[in-house]
Design a protein around this ligand. Structure first.
Ligand SMILES: Cc1cc2nc3c(=O)[nH]c(=O)nc-3n(C[C@H](O)[C@H](O)[C@H](O)COP(=O)(O)OP(=O)(O)OC[C@H]3O[C@@H](n4cnc5c(N)ncnc54)[C@H](O)[C@@H]3O)c2cc1C
Length: 465
């Protein structure tokens, strides 16, 4: 018999999942003996506001879903603090798709391509249901595999652009990679609604974590004063035995507790940035490394004046190129910030890696020469500034959000979440229902903390787990 543990916990990471929802769940259950170690100088993680030309932009998460049978926690918090959100109206996109060398596709041509894309989508949902109902086998395919089965693989620039909008724009990885069974139907949309609202508020989307913090941490005006939150603590080593964890940070500090909750992204876990002593078992390392960290990049540009269409039905436009995902989805911010003259384009996956590696000047020239001048003529002005978020190169993230790859089994997913001795794992990637989203991080934090609390209780009942 060992002496009863004191239930102290070190939480690694101050994003939605760990530092906020897991910590809050512990606190509310009466377990107040925790500290939160955050590598950066701020909280919120992948909720992160930036600034271009005096306007607040969201470098990370941007949308909340609404209109479904359930209410999303991120939407509830956003409503509570009256965060400014704007309905993203994609309805008119069929009139706003540009050809590679400029000029719009005719509406009826786009409409018939969209009809086929919707057929593909419905087929994917159906096939996924069939695969899920089979309980003795864990068969899966990729979204592309499903399109091949239907004999409807997108081939032309227009078809690829529409397919990108349906899939990559959400998953941040191409259909060839993404698991069909775990992605279709998209729970986030089915449960919380297909209406997406774009957050544009000077306080930033990150103010939702401050709202959570206020409920359980001592807190001043957008500043958390609780001594249990420690910023600029870059965790580099976690040593563990059966009931003790020692955490070392880059600045030489050492912290000890009975348990740890690790909330860093799957990208950080894959990078070996944090060394575990002893090494994590091979099955755990395989589960971590076989999962995917996708990359999603919004490239913001501020211009001296507008040269793109404005007014109802113009917010979004698509650029269809023979190279899939080449500066494909565009959005202006005239509804959100009138007169801001900001345009942004979203790229993902290999295109994200490419723009992260090259200089912003080069990206700017590429966008101007290869895309915008083709669409809007040679007389358009140069942007005054460009902002390229670099989630992939940032060692505290190594990407944007997780994506379930085809071939990754349900068993591996269980192993991905499985605690190792006193070390528990959380983060958006550990919530199979809403992985990749803020809501996934929200529920993951609660679930992981509850698993740990269950373990505390078993110990106090005299049972060992
Ligand atoms: C570009 C982009 C767009 C997105 N769009 C949306 C969207 O529209 N809607 C939506 O719902 N979701 C979106 N997401 C996803 C959403 O932001 C995430 O799922 C969610 O914020 C993840 O929260 P988390 O707590 O799991 O991880 P994180 O927010 O990553 O928190 C983990 C924390 O750990 C810290 N950390 C890392 N390494 C260490 C270390 N060694 N030591 C100490 N601390 C460390 C990090 O700094 C971070 O603060 C987007 C994300 C990105 C990047």
């Amino acid at each position: 018999p060992t002496s009863p543990p004191s239930n102290s916990v070190i939480i690694v990471g101050a994003g939605m999942s760990g530092g906020f929802m897991a910590a809050k769940t512990l606190e509310e259950a009466g377990y107040k003996d925790f500290i939160i170690l955050e590598a950066s100088s701020r909280v919120g993680g992948r909720l992160h506001k930036g600034n271009i030309g005096g306007h607040t932009i969201e470098l990370g998460a941007n949308w909340v879903n609404s209109g479904g049978p359930k209410s999303s926690p991120s939407l509830q918090i956003a409503k509570k603090i009256k965060l400014k959100t704007f309905y993203s109206d994609y309805a008119n996109l069929t009139s706003n798709i540009y050809k590679q060398d400029g000029g719009l596709y005719q509406k009826h041509v786009v409409e018939s391509a969209v009809r086929i894309a919707k057929t593909r989508d419905a087929f994917c949902t159906n096939l996924s249901k069939i695969l899920s109902s089979e309980t003795t086998r864990d068969d899966d395919t990729s979204i592309l595999g499903s399109q091949r089965l239907l004999k409807e693989v997108p081939m032309t620039p227009l078809e690829m652009a529409i397919d990108y909008f349906f899939n990559d724009y959400e998953d941040a990885e191409p259909p060839r990679i993404t698991s069909l069974k775990t992605t279709y139907p998209r729970n986030q949309l089915v449960d919380f609604g297909e209406d997406s609202y774009f957050v544009a508020d000077p306080r930033g989307f990150e103010s939702v974590v401050h709202s959570v913090a206020k409920q359980f941490l001592s807190h001043g005006h957008q500043v958390i004063r609780d001594p249990r939150l420690k910023l600029n603590k870059v965790v580099r080593n976690i040593s563990y035995s059966k009931d003790k964890v020692t955490v070392k940070t880059e600045d030489g500090s050492v912290y000890q507790a009975n348990y740890a909750i690790v909330s860093v992204s799957i990208g950080v876990l894959q990078s070996d940035f944090i060394e575990f002593t002893p090494n994590l078992p091979l099955w755990k390392k395989l589960a971590i490394n076989n999962f995917n960290m996708a990359i999603y990049t919004k490239i913001f540009m501020k211009f001296p004046y507008k040269f793109w269409p404005t007014g109802p039905g113009t917010e979004f436009f698509i650029y269809a190129h023979e190279r899939r995902g080449y500066f494909p989805i565009w959005q202006h911010l005239e509804n959100e910030m009138p007169g801001s003259n900001i345009l942004f384009v979203t790229v993902t996956d290999e295109e994200s890696r490419r723009v992260e590696r090259q200089s912003d000047e080069k990206t700017k020239a590429e966008i101007m020469n290869n895309v915008l001048r083709k669409l809007f003529g040679n007389k358009i002005p140069e942007p005054q500034s460009i902002f390229v978020p670099r989630w992939w190169s940032n060692r505290f993230f190594n990407g944007s959000y997780s994506n379930w790859p085809n071939g990754f089994t349900q068993q591996s997913y269980k192993e991905l979440k499985e605690p190792i001795g006193p070390i528990y794992f959380t983060g958006e990637h550990t919530n199979s229902t809403y992985l990749g989203y803020i809501d996934g991080a929200y529920f993951a934090g609660i679930n992981t903390a509850n698993d740990l609390i269950k373990c505390f209780k078993q110990f106090s009942d005299g049972h060992h787990i």
